[in-house]
Design a protein around this ligand. Structure first.
Ligand code: SAM
Ligand code: SF4
Length: 335
């Protein structure tokens, strides 16, 4: 079970009769390697301004129907403080690729958040080695940068003016600098094949990722993909479960896209290999504008109420809420 070949992965992805076996096996591997604890990470969506034009994303720069926003330094810190008061042990800073936030501004924000004694995850898109190094020196612990797809032709079509090799280079730099490395893919991109999904899973293993986020594509009406179908929920779950089976002790979130696509999607993900939830703690009015896909904001407005609801959900499936920082178990950064 350690070393599926590409053909074996493709066969498993295609074969519907294996679906439940894959989910159950992934759940067993999750239990054996990372236990029943579920890590909660507080997500702050601090800017919806993006210079990129990814074909699937509602925040793409060509979408003129978005009311754009940027949180100030003080607003970001006060969001983080609120998260800490609620008991979160990881803060995730996510945004479009917005050059307004210079290296120095971001370093200041990171080091102030680190004063709260939390782990900091960044999801800021592609950055130079110098920027990544400065963020790491300022205290950032983890970096999320999905490869989105390892099919180079598909990558090129989905990401005008972006360069697949640069994305790979960024991931290598993230690793070299000692971050916990997070990547992942979208499931359901137009013309994506089982072959390329199998390549994605093998890629996650090859780069020895510490965190993998997998989500179905949810089409946004103001993007070029508006007439495409949404990604298939079960297929996304299968990609996620096979990733758990192969990578074993990594951290895997039950993604918001899964919950958006299917009611209880998050629970199903937690029972098929996932061990992380990333509740959105961005102010309600702001959060509505971070519309990467429609109907994303299914969570409660009151942050305490929302956290309690998630915790009850976790307990209802016999799992426990972690009070640790949530580093990869046994990983070099664990503390
Ligand atoms: N700009 C940064 C980046 O691209 O890495 C971080 C923010 S971006 C909104 C975070 C993730 O959202 C992307 O990696 C992408 O996989 C996901 N995403 C964007 N549009 C989506 C859509 N329509 N459906 C599902 N996921 C989507
Ligand atoms: Fe920008 Fe990220 Fe959306 Fe691409 S996925 S348009 S980089 S916010």
């Amino acid at each position: 079970m350690n070393n599926y070949t590409k053909k074996e992965i493709v066969d498993l992805l295609k074969d519907d009769s294996q679906t439940q076996w894959i989910f159950d096996t992934a759940d067993g591997v999750r239990k054996q390697y990372v236990g029943d604890n579920i890590h909660l990470r507080a997500l702050i969506e601090f800017s919806n301004i993006c210079k990129n034009n990814c074909l699937y994303c509602g925040l793409r720069c060509a979408n003129k129907n978005v009311e754009r926003y940027r949180l100030t330094e003080e607003e970001i810190i006060s969001h983080a403080q609120k998260a800490v008061e609620l008991g979160y042990k990881t803060i995730v800073l996510q945004g479009g690729e917005d050059d307004f936030y210079s290296k120095d501004i971001l370093c200041k924000i990171i080091s102030q958040i680190k004063n709260f004694d939390v782990a900091v995850t960044l999801s800021l898109g592609e950055k130079t080695f110098e920027e990544l190094k400065a963020f790491k020196d300022a205290g950032a612990d983890r970096y999320l940068l999905r490869i989105e797809t390892t099919d180079k032709n598909l990558y090129k079509k989905m990401h005008p003016y972006m360069d697949y090799n640069n994305r790979i280079k960024c991931l290598e730099n993230i690793k070299k600098l000692g971050y916990e490395v997070g990547t992942g893919c979208l499931v359901g991109l137009p013309n994506q094949t089982f072959d390329s999904l199998a390549e994605d899973i093998l890629f996650f293993k090859e780069i020895e990722a510490d965190m993998i986020g997998i989500g179905p594509l949810i089409t946004h009406p103001q993007t070029p993909l508006k007439d495409e179908c949404n990604g298939d929920f079960n297929l996304s779950l299968k990609v996620m479960a096979l990733t758990r089976i192969l990578l074993k002790d990594i951290n895997i979130p039950a993604t918001t896209a899964m919950e958006t696509l299917v009611q209880n999607g998050r629970i199903l993900a937690l029972q098929s290999g996932a061990n992380v939830i990333m509740p959105n703690i961005t102010d309600f009015e702001v959060r509505k504008k971070y519309e990467i896909y429609p109907n994303k904001n299914t969570i409660l407005q009151d942050l305490q109420e929302n956290k309690s609801k998630i915790e009850s959900l976790i307990k209802s499936i016999g799992r426990t809420v972690s009070n640790e920082y949530g580093f990869r178990k046994g990983g070099k950064n664990e503390r």
